[in-house]
Write a protein that binds this ligand. Structure first.
Ligand SMILES: C[S@@+](CC[C@H](N)C(=O)[O-])C[C@H]1O[C@@H](n2cnc3c(N)ncnc32)[C@H](O)[C@@H]1O
Ligand code: SF4
Length: 415
């Protein structure tokens, strides 16, 4: 068992000097704090993926195991040097994402969670999610993750069609996807499936089939993403033939209809859940809560009474490990400017079907309501937002159906 660490008095004093100084923003009580941990390796880079993920290849191109022990040492060092920034706060949710976290052994995930717990208080009942890819684990591994302290599994299924999985360059096939979901459903009370739609050559009937297969498992949560061509990916260099805009809009309508009929509510642009199974970690992002980002390329957002700080960790895994082990995991730490703060809040909060209480804007950004009054009026006048004055915590605004359909236009009003 690790001894609980206390940051050195000098480190706490330095944080106080830099970040607790007076300023023009007036934030409310500190928002809920989450921890995001990035595990950056994959068996193979998918042609559509622009995440900070790296193929595990040794000299000569052969697959090699991830350097788990050294990376865990680096994560612990990263956390230790971040402690002064979050001192005295407890963690509501943990999300271990990637890359492919399920390449790490359950013992490694156990060590990671025990390191986090020994350094920061984890709230009782905290949600702890791990991303897992089909085809990267042997049987019984999911149960072992659960034993390690993971409470929620998020499986990157993408599609149940062998044909589409091949087109997406995935390392798994339909049988492995089915096996992964079956095992997740047995081992976890709550889990998520990631599916993508508007895939190369996909027809409406094929999408229906994918979704029906997913729904047959009665998943508590689904994340349904429109496949996008991201710059600097193999797909951007050699684009596959994708369904046109009208077809993909029809596909989305169909997804919303079929998920609703199965009891899953679309509570965010891409997230659908049964009652009681929304993802607390992602909700904290969308409600502009705080998160500490640990690991290669991880981003963080941390609030102080008069400022909001953005942090970024070294992106390349080898460099990250070297720097983190030397106590310098962060490659960037910047205060968010007033205008960026208002826009970032809106960019996140407008993704939520239920919108947000206007008081939350001031609470989380430290800005007065007047900072968004003009674009808010414009959005209401154009029918992109609706206002509800009767809520217990004061007025709320939510995107209308039209606002949700034209979300980027709505968000752009707040730029
Ligand atoms: C952080 S990623 C990685 C999860 C896991 N490594 C995997 O690929 O199964 C989370 C999800 O983002 C989605 N995603 C990744 N790239 C995408 C793209 N270009 N367009 C749409 N969705 C994407 C996929 O559904 C993926 O499961
Ligand atoms: S497995 Fe996931 S993170 Fe890794 S390359 Fe593929 S999409 Fe990206």
């Amino acid at each position: 068992m690790n001894a609980p660490a206390t940051p050195a008095a000098a480190d706490l004093a330095s944080v106080a000097d830099r970040f607790l100084r007076p300023g023009t923003l007036q934030l409310g009580a500190p928002p809920p704090l989450s921890v995001y941990v990035h595990l950056p390796w994959c068996l193979k880079k998918c042609p559509y993926c622009d995440f900070n993920s790296h193929e595990l290849r040794g000299p000569g191109g052969a697959g090699v195991p991830a350097p788990e022990a050294r990376y865990l040492d680096a994560l612990r060092a990263d956390l230790e040097s971040s402690l002064p920034l979050v001192w005295g706060r407890s963690v509501q949710t943990v999300f271990i994402g990637g890359g492919t976290p399920s390449l790490f052994a359950p013992e490694s995930i156990e060590r990671l969670l025990s390191d986090i717990r020994s350094l920061l208080p984890l709230a009782p009942g905290a949600e702890v999610t791990l991303e897992a890819n089909p085809g990267t684990f042997e049987r019984e591994r999911f149960r072992a993750y659960r034993g390690a302290g993971v409470t929620r599994l998020s499986i990157g299924v993408q599609s149940f069609s062998d044909d589409k999985l091949r087109a997406l360059g995935r390392v798994h096939d339909r049988a492995q996807a089915l096996a992964a979901v079956e095992e997740a459903a047995q081992a976890f009370d709550t889990f998520n499936l990631d599916l993508m739609y508007a895939l190369p050559g996909q027809t409406a009937a094929e999408l229906d089939e994918d979704l029906a297969t997913a729904l047959a498992f009665a998943p508590p949560h689904l994340s349904l993403y429109h496949l996008t061509l991201e710059p600097n990916t193999a797909f951007a260099r050699r684009p596959p033939v994708l369904p046109d805009e009208d077809t993909s809009a029809e596909m989305l309508d169909r997804l919303v209809e079929l998920t609703a009929a199965a009891g899953l509510q679309r509570y965010e642009v891409s997230a659908y859940a049964r009652p009681g199974h929304r993802c607390a970690h992602n909700l904290n992002y969308w409600q502009f809560g705080d998160y500490l980002g640990l690991g290669a390329g991880a981003h963080g957002k941390l609030s102080f009474p008069h400022r909001v700080l953005r942090t970024v960790k070294w992106r390349e895994p080898a460099r990250y490990m070297d720097e983190a082990l030397a106590g310098r995991a962060a490659s960037q730490q910047d205060e968010v400017g007033r205008q960026a703060l208002a826009f970032e809040f809106m960019l996140n909060a407008l993704r939520l079907r239920d919108g947000f209480e206007l008081a939350l804007f001031t609470d989380r950004t430290g800005l007065p309501p007047s900072a968004i009054a003009a674009p808010l009026e414009q959005a209401l006048a154009r029918g992109l937002l609706a206002r509800d004055d009767g809520g217990p915590a004061g007025p709320r605004v939510r995107p209308t159906a039209r606002g949700f359909d034209f979300l980027s236009d709505l968000q752009a009003l707040f730029l």
